[in-house]
Write a protein that binds this ligand. Structure first.
Ligand SMILES: *[C@@H]1O[C@H](CO)[C@@H](O)[C@H](O)[C@H]1NC(C)=O
Ligand SMILES: *[C@@H]1O[C@H](CO)[C@@H](O)[C@H](O)[C@H]1NC(C)=O
Ligand SMILES: *[C@@H]1O[C@H](CO)[C@@H](O)[C@H](O)[C@H]1NC(C)=O
Ligand SMILES: *[C@@H]1O[C@H](CO)[C@@H](O)[C@H](O)[C@H]1NC(C)=O
Ligand SMILES: *[C@@H]1O[C@H](CO)[C@@H](O)[C@H](O)[C@H]1NC(C)=O
Ligand SMILES: *[C@@H]1O[C@H](CO)[C@@H](O)[C@H](O)[C@H]1NC(C)=O
Ligand SMILES: *[C@@H]1O[C@H](CO)[C@@H](O)[C@H](O)[C@H]1NC(C)=O
Ligand SMILES: *[C@@H]1O[C@H](CO)[C@@H](O)[C@H](O)[C@H]1NC(C)=O
Ligand SMILES: *[C@@H]1O[C@H](CO)[C@@H](O)[C@H](O)[C@H]1NC(C)=O
Ligand SMILES: *[C@@H]1O[C@H](CO)[C@@H](O)[C@H](O)[C@H]1NC(C)=O
Ligand SMILES: *[C@@H]1O[C@H](CO)[C@@H](O)[C@H](O)[C@H]1NC(C)=O
Length: 859
């Protein structure tokens, strides 16, 4: 059964029509699907004349569920337009081009998107060099253009006319319209969030006003960013940039309007609005207090609020009897019977929208202002300026609060709360977590540890605020905030470092000693002269701070001789860093595959045993089961005497499907991925066992499991070669696990051992490791041994098991892909261990046994 499934899977992957990618235009009666074009740049079916842009049925962020018809800038792999952003299709959905236009249909036949009725019949669909997808009729008249339907981006040559808008995407993988809008008005370009302005071009210091004409459209070109009047000659507003051939203006997921140019390798941010990070509506989540005296915003919670949990990225009232009101029309709140109250934010606060709006009332006192808000269910808070007796309200949605230095302004803030009729849920504060987004869902809830006890700073700040009768205190409050503000206490948390401290320790991140899916690792020396490895984690949003600390609590509490010890961490502003003990011999891949002294057999056995012990501990020895998800030589570090320690454990929890980092990691690691990643089977600790088996085989051979053997450095001349009896030549791709299976069947184990060991290892010794390895890579997870058993076998307490051939036949499928592939390409040494990121590498996908597009993240 399993065999049939894998077979049809491979059939789909490799035997569908190898559709040809079109250049410049396509003619009607054309159908494209993601699968059809998967071999060529992930669904690209049309390229512009000079290949600057491509049209594709594409799955942004590496996820597998939401595909879009996109226009992509090829060199930077950025999506600049999508047709069906609010109605994605599955990977089996299709796009049809007919004489009546374009239709996007899901696998069940539902029409998800289509072009409107057109004036005449379509002759062809053109993707031009500016990135405009155009339907032309027979007389070359344009019937429809993607440029007229912008999503979140405009490119050079595209106009955004008055009355139209850009909407941010919801996330990197979900292109649906998010909550931020950039609108062009007759006099300005305005950013809005739920109807609240948070930036205007006219008030941005970088913009220069050139004329008083009415604005007609927005445009960027190779030298600047403009709002033009009707003549299109004299711009109304100008922001000038250095000459660049490719530039985009995009309303980013964060809500910032960003103009960047692309140099061919890197993006260069040229303009960001709002430039002040705390002016972004959700800079610190709902009710989060944003302080940006340093260059990056630092978030904390106002007095009487604490860090919310779960989905909730922001602050909630610390008194469990209070809750923040929901939207007007929902039943559960603000009914006539509920009691409304206000929590005081104190002085020295601001709200982003107040900078762009007028007070709703003037010359009233603060209680009138609050009354107004109490009566209106769409009002969520008030700000009151003593100096002018003016009242501002927050409507529809409540964003972050800005911690302001300008105490003289006398701005007071109040957040509306609903008082619960019963007062029994004080425990709410300790309620936890919706479960981790990824592999972590397999893990047990870790209630005992993750309870957020309380905010350490709350008590002391509350005292200050209650004394805060005079304006000056506003200052001292915001000063105290930058330090202890974002300290929340989680038991088990290792030492917390300041970002500056780590910057010093690493000499400004000077010495890079490694990098991977989670970020880059730098060598550092702490003030007490301890040498450490500092990992700078990427792809974690600022909202993740509490979840981050929770996981750090777990990792920090996990001690074992074969696990790299976490010494501390830093979660400051947007920075997320981990400080590990320094491992002087680096990672296993360098020692094993490198050119240095060869690793002796005894040392290899020790590395295998150490790694197995570390994994066994993660799976069953510590308080919570931890599935590593990314076992590979790069994540096995060595210390003196070849003591192996596993690194990066616990980190897979930080990844969510939205964070493309996961898929980047998976791409980098596909050689070690268990087959269940391809199917819907659950990811379990047996997934790590599979990866361990693959590492074991590499320990045996001293090479990557897939390598390209050429004549010149052929090491096994004269034998049957490569494991492929059909292949008489001595060059080609070798898929070592299959070779190992064949040699196992022949009992010829010595053939598998690293040639550099030159007889310093016996057939029996190799047999033991190979048999364990083959058992670990059984296709059926249930019949893989667990890591405790593997440790027992390695130690010799349990006899070597007999691999089950019927659960290893899948290797023959994988292997066959390699031989076929090796006939297509010569420079394929890295094909099965693709480590490039991004779509550009996908032309090599056709002969990796797992296509990156089919890897689904752990759920
Ligand atoms: C893939 O795209 C390239 C151009 O980028 C083209 O030359 C090649 O023929 C395409 N291959 C297939 C199978 O469509
Ligand atoms: C496309 O299909 C329609 C209807 O099936 C047919 O009338 C038309 O001739 C076809 N056009 C081309 C260019 O093949
Ligand atoms: C395509 O590239 C050629 C050569 O670089 C250039 O001369 C031509 O202008 C380009 N065409 C377009 C439409 O940009
Ligand atoms: C799309 O095209 C395919 C193949 O040409 C055809 O079978 C299918 O009916 C078309 N679907 C729609 C909705 O036009
Ligand atoms: C339409 O444009 C194409 C390509 O630019 C050209 O070959 C063709 O002659 C044009 N047709 C008409 C009717 O202008
Ligand atoms: C964005 O603007 C459009 C048009 O004004 C509006 O329909 C849409 O609701 C806005 N979205 C948000 C989140 O404000
Ligand atoms: C960009 O537009 C401005 C305003 O029209 C114009 O002065 C400038 O020359 C343009 N730059 C380029 C490279 O075309
Ligand atoms: C959490 O987020 C998910 C996805 O964004 C959503 O479906 C779910 O309803 C949210 N849960 C709560 C309690 O808001
Ligand atoms: C929470 O608020 C309620 C209602 O105002 C109050 O009676 C109670 O004392 C407060 N609890 C704490 C712990 O402050
Ligand atoms: C509110 O409650 C009423 C009656 O209980 C129900 O019919 C209605 O659907 C609810 N509305 C919402 C938005 O939940
Ligand atoms: C509140 O009560 C008034 C009068 O009893 C009623 O008209 C109104 O609809 C009620 N509002 C809500 C939100 O229940």
């Amino acid at each position: 059964m399993k065999l049939i499934i894998s077979f049809s899977f491979f059939y789909l992957l490799f035997h569908v029509v190898h559709a040809y990618t079109f250049l410049d235009y396509i003619k009607p009666n054309f159908t494209a699907s993601h699968f059809q074009f998967i071999d060529n740049n992930s669904g690209t079916f049309l390229l512009s004349q000079n290949r600057t842009f491509e049209a594709a049925i594409f799955n942004p962020g590496g996820q597998q569920t939401s595909l879009y018809l996109c226009v992509i800038h090829a060199a930077s792999s950025s999506v600049v337009w999508s047709a069906n952003r609010d109605n994605p299709i599955s990977e089996f959905g299709i796009m049809n081009l007919t004489i009546n236009g374009i239709v996007i249909v899901d696998e069940d036949g539902d029409v998800k998107w289509s072009t409107p009725p057109l004036r005449s019949l379509v002759d062809r669909l053109v993707l031009n060099e500016m990135g405009n997808l155009v339907l032309l009729d027979q007389s070359n008249v344009s019937l429809w253009e993607s440029f007229q339907h912008p999503t979140d981006t405009i490119v050079i040559g595209q106009r955004l006319p008055i009355g139209t808008w850009l909407s941010s995407a919801a996330s990197d993988s979900d292109l649906s319209a998010g909550n931020y809008n950039l609108t062009i008005t007759a006099s300005d370009a305005i950013l809005q969030w739920y109807g609240q302005d948070y930036w205007k071009l006219s008030t941005d210091t970088k913009a220069y006003k050139n004329s008083n004409d009415m604005v007609e459209y927005m445009e960027i070109n190779r030298t600047g960013f403009y709002l033009f009047g009707h003549d299109g000659v004299v711009p109304v507003f100008v922001v000038s940039f250095p000459l660049s051939d490719f530039r985009i203006a995009k309303l980013a997921i964060s809500g910032q309007f960003v103009i960047s140019s692309f140099s061919g390798t890197d993006w260069n941010r040229e303009f960001v609005g709002p430039g002040d990070g705390c002016q972004i509506p959700l800079a610190c989540g709902r009710v989060g207090l944003c302080n940006d005296k340093s260059s990056t915003p630092v978030c904390s919670c106002p007095p009487d609020f604490y860090v919310g949990s779960g989905n909730y990225s922001g602050c909630v009232p610390s008194n469990g009897s209070y809750s923040l009101p929901n939207a007007c029309n929902s039943n559960d709140s603000q009914s006539n019977s509920s009691v409304v109250s206000f929590l005081k934010l104190g002085y020295g606060v601001e709200y982003f929208h107040n900078f762009y709006s007028d007070p709703v009332m003037l010359g009233v006192n603060v209680s009138v202002c609050k009354d107004l808000c109490s009566r209106n269910c769409s009002c969520l808070g008030v700000f009151y300026k003593n100096s002018s007796d003016s009242c501002y309200t927050v409507e529809n949605e409540l964003g972050s609060i800005i911690s302001s230095d300008e105490g003289e302004d006398n701005m007071l803030g109040f957040i509306k709360v609903i008082v619960a009729s019963t007062t029994t849920d004080d425990d709410d504060q300790t309620s936890q977590k919706n479960g981790f987004p990824v592999a972590a869902s397999v893990l047990l809830p870790i209630t005992g540890i993750i309870i957020i006890v309380s905010l350490v700073f709350l008590s002391c700040r509350r005292m200050k605020v209650s004394k805060a009768q005079d304006v000056q205190l506003g200052k001292s409050i915001s000063h105290s905030s930058s330090n202890d503000m974002d300290a929340f206490y989680i038991p088990g948390l290792p030492r917390r470092f300041d970002y500056e401290e780590l910057e010093d320790a690493t000499d400004n991140f000077k010495t890079l000693i490694g990098s991977g899916g989670f970020g880059s690792v730098y060598r550092g020396v702490l003030s007490d002269n301890t040498v450490v490895a500092v990992k700078k984690i990427i792809n974690i949003g600022i909202q993740g701070k509490k979840d981050f600390c929770t996981e750090i609590g777990v990792i920090g509490n996990t001690y074992h001789a074969n696990l790299v010890k976490l010494k501390g961490f830093c979660a400051q502003g947007r920075h997320r860093l981990l400080v590990y003990e320094y491992m002087n011999r680096g990672s296993l891949d360098r020692t094993l595959f490198g050119t240095g002294p060869v690793l002796e057999w005894q040392e290899r056995s020790e590395v295998a045993l150490g790694t197995a012990r570390g994994l066994a501990y993660l799976h069953s020895g510590c308080e919570q089961k931890i599935i590593h998800c990314d076992i590979k030589p790069e994540n096995i570090l060595l210390q003196d005497q070849f003591q192996a320690k596993i690194s990066d454990f616990g980190l897979s929890k930080f990844l969510s499907p939205e964070q493309s980092g996961l898929f980047t990691t998976m791409r980098g690691t596909r050689g070690y991925l268990a087959p269940e990643w391809l199917t819907n089977s659950a990811i379990s600790e047996k997934t790590d066992v599979y990866s361990f088996g693959m590492v074991l085989l590499e320990l045996v051979s001293g090479r990557k499991n897939c390598y390209f053997r050429s004549n010149s450095h052929s090491v096994d001349d004269g034998n049957s070669g490569g494991g492929h009896s059909s292949n008489s030549s001595t060059t080609g791709l070798v898929y070592f696990p299959l070779f190992a299976l064949e040699m196992h069947e022949q009992g010829n184990y010595l053939e598998l051992a690293d040639q550099r060991l030159e007889g310093r290892v016996t057939n029996d010794e190799v047999e033991k490791l190979v048999r364990i390895a083959l058992c670990c890579v059984h296709e059926e997870p249930a019949i893989r041994p667990n890591m405790v058993a593997v440790v027992g076998i390695l130690e010799g307490e349990i006899p070597s098991p007999q691999p089950r051939i019927e659960s290893l036949n899948f290797l023959r499928f994988y292997g066959r892909r390699f031989t076929e592939a090796s006939m297509i390409a010569e420079e394929s040494e890295y094909n099965c261990i693709l480590n490039q990121q991004g779509r550009n590498s996908t032309s090599q996908n056709s002969f990796s046994y797992i296509s990156s597009e089919t890897v689904s993240g752990p759920r």
